[in-house]
Design a protein around this ligand. Sequence first.
Ligand code: GDP
Ligand code: IMO
Ligand code: MG
Length: 423
Amino acid sequence: MPGKVILGAQWGDEGKGKFIDIFAAKADLVVRSQGGNNAGHTVVVNGETYKLQLIPSGILYPDCVNVIGPGVVVDPRNVLREIDGLAEKGVSCDKLYIDARCHCILPWHLELDALSEKARGGDDIGTTKKGIGPTYMDKAERIGVRMHDFVGERFEEALREACERKNKVITGVYGGEPIDIEAVLAEYKDYAGRLRPHVRDTSVLTYAAVKAGQDVLFEGAQGTLLDLDMGTYPYVTSSHPVAGGCCIGSGVGPTAIGSVMGICKSYTTRVGKGPFPTELFDETGDYIRKAGGEFGTVTGRPRRTGWFDAVIARYAVRVNGLTELVINKIDPLRGLDKLKVCVAYRYKGETITEFPANFADLAHCEPVYEEFEGFTEDITGCRSWDDLPSAVQSYIKELERIIDCPITMLGVGPARDQVMTLK
Ligand code: GDP
Ligand code: IMO
Ligand code: MG
């Protein structure tokens, strides 16, 4: 059976972790294929909250194989911290495998992320400062340290070479303090030893699972609009969160994928900088932020909030080939008088319905809204369509009409069971 992709259809934090966890209940293998610990995926089970950054959201099921694919960048210190944190909660990572091709995030990448953001002055990207961009830069420049070197015989040679090269940039370009390689070697040697049993060619595992007809889930990180090519460049991440990225980043071909589920919230959020046409700067924006708990899972930063943007949703359908859409986090809209949905943009006196390729144009797009009735009922206990207030039913039906993609599931609360399946 070809696999299922679950990805973010907006700017990240749509609730991917919750849906991966739900589908992982019957999955044999869950694979992450891009990004790194810039992701923060929340899974709430029996009142316990798990905030997963690099480890796939299938980890809570002991029989599920969890794979960090070749397109992911791995911070050895951070992933071990995550493994230890899970162990404290009784969750085993014995079935966690990291691809030998993954590039390592090392101390100089963290330093360079911070220095380059600072050097941009007010024009910074607003990165998570986890070293993601600098690590993908080294990969593209073909000077990165891959996991097979990190856990292999070239450990010391590879780290010394990389550190020497990067210290020239840190001191020469940014006037920063050089990194002490001896301290790094001493600290990271232990990490290499601990990670070694987890490292292998994971594309073999993923392919075997697909070929055997097992249930395979591709776990997206970030979101469509943070994609390096298809997102709001340059205010994007450095990998490919769109569906196509799953193949490159997990090392299997497109025939391994059978369906693509996009996750949206019933409103829009973004962390970091960049244009956001439906952003709200008023009390409604504050209301949504508070009701939805919109504070970054990784950085704690308040998320920017705004109305649902259907131009973005239609774009996500197109560039990911979405076969279905989930509308998550509907409950935080409770108590708002009217619900607005952006159906088009006004740009230079014209109405446009396609998402612009140039972020500078997007910054000048005015949203064109349709308005719908709000609801006052507590919907967090609803588990089927018929339980929902009629205003919520109409809102969802209207979204499906406007976006033109089947809405198959809804989310009404953070817990695993606070969802409903429509189709
Ligand atoms: P991800 O990065 O896409 O996995 O999403 P995050 O975990 O960063 O952010 C989603 C946040 O919303 C987390 O705090 C979740 O626990 C929470 N959440 C998920 N689904 C729902 C929902 O339907 N309603 C509410 N109120 N919260 C939700
Ligand atoms: P999940 O998987 C939301 C954003 C950062 C910044 C930009 C670049 O939890 O949805 P980076 O550190 O990647 O170089 O930062 O991308 N960003 C995210 N925003 N959710 C995420 O992941 C994100 N990962 C990166 O805020 O704007
Ligand atoms: Mg998140």
